[in-house]
Design a protein around this ligand. Structure first.
Ligand code: ZN
Length: 572
C-alpha cells in the first residue's frame, strides 16, 4: 500500500489538486489561500509543495494529499486511493485484502491471549477484581471479549513474535518501536477489544488502574482508525436499526453497562470528538441519536460540534441530562435500568438544550450579557446546515433577547467569529521541548537516529506519541508526508501544524540539543537528586559524616546541572 501512496504523491501535484477548490497565491516557499473547511476571512490555509503538506492555521485542519481529498470529498482512505491512483495513471493491485487476511489472525490471537490473561493469570487478579467491582461478571467477560495485558514489556511479543514477526505486530500497533527494541504497547491494563461489524477484533482499548493515560487505544492500522469506528456497533446494530435510534456514550464501560442492563442500542465514541465518518456510520442504521455524555462533557465545545455534525448528516439529535457527576455507567450501576431509561426518555432536542444553557450562563437583563449570548449563538447557528432549524434557533434567540427576529438572523449569519469549536488557535500555543523536537524532525532539520539516541516514543506525551511512533516505524530517511499518511486525523493535524507553523530555528542543532536534554535529562536528574538526598539522610542517621558530605557534594553537582539546563532554555 505505501508504495502506491508514494508513487501517487510523486505524480499528483498537491498544489494543483488544492487549487481546484480554492485560489492559492504564492507565499514564501509555499502557497496560501482561504480555507475551505471554515469561514476564513484572512487566508489561513497554507500549502507546502516541498513537504507535501497543508495546514489551516485558522481551524487547525491539516494533513497530506490523501487527507485533503478525503476531507473535501468526504471519501474513505481507500476511495481516495482509488481516485488519486486513476489520476496518476497507476493501476492498483488488489493485494490489500490479501495482506489484511495475513494480519487478521494475529489480532484474533492477541485477543485470545489477553482474555486468557484475565481468567487464568496470577497477575490478572486485580483486573478480575476491578471488573467484578464494576458489575461485570465472568459471563460478560466472555460475551464482550474482555482481557488483561500483563504488567510486562514483552508478554505479547514473546507469545506472538515468533509466529508473526515483529514487523507485523508493529503494523498492528500491538508493539511499539522503542529506542533499541520493540515492546508491548498494552501493559498492566484491562483490555477492551474493538470489533468490526462482522464482530472480528480489529483493535484494542486498554484501561490503566492508575497513571496516565487512563485509556489507551490502538493507533491507526490497516484495520483501525478511531475516528471511523464506534465501540459496540457490532452488538448494537440490530437494535439500533429496529428502534431507528442509537444511544451515544463516551467510554467502553458506559457501552457495556447499558448493554448489560438491556439497552443494547448503545455505542461509544471512544473519547474522541465525533467525526463525519462516525456520523455517516450511525446514519446507516438510525434516524435519531441520543447523546448520553456526563454533564461536563455534554456542554463542551467538542460535544456541541459533534452534535452539529450529526444533525448536518440528517440525524435527529437529542441530549440526555444526568445528575451532576454521573455518567451512564455510574447511573445504571447505582439506580438501575429505570433511571437510565427515564433519562433517555426525557432527552431533549440539542438546540433547545443549547438555548437553555445560554439562558443559564448569561445575565440577559444586562446589555453585555445579551451581547455575550448572541456571540455564543453565532458559531452554533453558523455550524448548522438546515434552514428550518436555523430559523427556529433565530426565533428562540430573538425571544430570549427580546429583539426582532429578522435582525437576529442577520446578526447570527454575519461573518464575525470562527465556527463552533474553533476558538482555540493552535498557533498561539506555547512551544515546549516536545514540539521543538517534533518540528525539527518533521521539517527534516533533525534525523530520527539523532533523536533516538536520547529519546523514544515513551518519552513523549500522549498527544505526540503516535507521531513519534510513526517516525520510528518509518525508519531512516523518512518522508514527512509518508509519515502523515500513517497517522489518524487528530495526529495528522498536529503533525502538519508542527511542520508548517511559521516558526524558524536560527540554530537547529542547538535547539535540538537543548530540547532533548530537557526532555530526557531533567526527569533523570530529578530522580538522581532524590536518591542522593535519601542517601545523605541515611548517612547522617548512621553518623557517617564523611559519606554524608560526599553525598551532599553529589547533590550540589546535580543541582548545578539542573540549573544550567534551565538557563539554557531561558527559564527559571
Ligand atoms: Zn480552516
Amino acid at each position: 500500500m505505501s508504495d502506491n501512496v508514494r508513487a501517487i504523491k510523486e505524480r499528483v501535484d498537491l498544489v494543483s489538486v488544492v487549487s481546484r477548490y480554492l485560489t492559492l497565491t504564492k507565499s514564501g516557499q509555499g502557497f496560501k489561500g482561504r480555507c475551505p473547511f471554515h469561514k476564513d476571512d484572512t487566508p489561513s490555509f497554507m500549502v507546502s509543495p516541498g513537504k507535501g503538506l497543508w495546514h489551516c492555521f485558522g481551524c487547525g485542519e491539516g494533513g497530506d494529499l490523501f487527507g485533503f481529498v478525503m476531507k473535501i470529498e468526504r471519501l474513505t482512505f481507500s476511495e481516495a486511493l482509488e481516485r488519486l491512483a486513476s489520476e496518476a495513471g497507476i493501476t492498483l493491485e488488489r493485494k490489500g485484502d490479501g495482506e489484511k487476511d495475513r494480519l487478521r489472525p494475529a489480532l484474533a490471537e492477541a485477543a485470545e491471549h489477553f482474555a486468557r490473561n484475565l481468567t487464568d493469570s496470577k497477575g490478572g487478579r486485580r483486573a478480575r477484581e476491578y471488573l467484578v467491582g464494576r458489575g461485570f461478571d465472568e459471563a460478560s467477560w466472555g460475551r464482550y471479549g474482555l482481557g488483561y495485558a500483563l504488567s510486562s514489556w514483552d508478554d505479547l511479543k514473546g507469545k506472538l513474535g515468533k509466529g508473526y514477526g515483529e514487523k507485523l505486530l508493529l503494523d498492528l500497533g500491538l508493539l511499539v518501536q522503542g529506542k533499541e527494541t520493540s515492546y508491548d504497547r498494552f501493559r498492566d491494563r484491562v483490555i477492551f477489544p474493538i470489533y468490526d461489524l462482522a464482530n472480528r477484533p480489529i483493535a484494542f482499548g486498554g484501561r490503566a488502574f492508575e497513571g496516565e493515560p487512563k485509556y489507551l487505544n490502538s493507533p491507526k492500522t490497516p484495520f483501525f482508525d478511531k475516528g471511523r469506528e464506534l465501540y459496540g456497533l457490532s452488538w448494537a446494530r440490530d437494535e439500533i436499526a429496529r428502534r431507528q435510534s442509537a444511544v451515544l456514550v463516551e467510554g467502553y464501560t458506559d457501552v457495556l453497562s447499558l448493554h448489560q442492563a438491556g439497552l443494547t442500542n448503545a455505542v461509544g465514541s471512544m473519547g474522541t470528538a465525533l467525526t463525519q465518518e462516525q456520523a455517516d456510520l450511525l446514519g446507516r442504521f438510525a434516524k435519531e441519536v441520543v447523546v448520553a455524555y456526563d454533564r461536563d462533557a455534554a456542554g463542551g465545545a467538542a460535544a456541541l460540534r459533534g452534535m452539529q455534525i450529526l444533525r448536518n448528516s440528517s440525524l435527529l439529535v437529542r441530549v440526555a441530562r444526568f445528575p451532576e457527576g454521573d455518567d451512564p455507567d455510574s447511573l445504571v450501576r447505582r439506580d438501575g435500568r429505570e433511571a437510565i431509561e427515564a433519562a433517555l426518555a426525557e432527552a431533549r432536542p440539542f438546540h433547545l438544550v443549547f438555548i437553555d444553557a445560554l439562558r443559564e450562563r448569561h445575565n440577559l437583563a444586562d446589555l453585555s450579557g445579551k451581547e455575550a449570548a448572541l456571540a455564543e449563538a453565532r458559531p452554533f447557528y453558523q455550524g448548522l446546515a438546515s434552514l428550518p432549524l436555523r430559523q427556529e434557533i433565530a426565533g428562540l434567540v430573538a425571544d430570549l433577547l427580546d429583539l426582532p427576529v429578522e435582525r437576529v438572523m442577520e446578526d447570527l449569519g454575519g461573518r464575525r467569529t470562527l465556527r463552533m469549536g474553533e476558538e482555540a488557535t493552535p498557533a498561539q500555543e506555547r512551544w515546549g521541548e516536545e514540539e521543538v523536537v517534533l518540528a525539527l524532525l518533521l521539517r527534516g532539520e533533525a534525523t530520527w537516529e539523532r533523536v533516538a539516541a536520547y529519546a523514544g516514543p515513551e518519552d513523549f506525551s500522549e498527544g505526540h506519541r503516535p507521531i513519534v511512533e510513526a517516525i520510528a516505524a518509518a525508519g531512516e530517511p523518512f518522508d514527512t508526508s509518508q509519515v502523515i499518511t500513517r497517522l489518524d486525523e487528530e495526529s495528522a493535524r498536529r503533525a502538519s501544524f508542527l511542520a508548517l507553523a511559521p516558526v524558524t530555528f536560527s540554530d537547529a542543532e542547538k535547539a535540538l540539543e537543548d530540547a532533548l536534554r530537557h526532555l530526557v535529562r531533567e526527569p533523570e536528574l530529578d530522580g538522581q537528586i532524590a536518591s542522593a538526598r535519601e542517601e545523605m539522610r541515611r548517612a547522617e542517621e548512621a553518623g557517617d559524616l564523611a559519606r554524608r558530605d560526599a553525598q551532599q557534594r553529589i547533590v550540589q553537582t546535580l543541582l548545578r546541572e539542573k540549573k544550567g539546563l534551565r538557563r539554557r532554555n531561558g527559564r527559571g
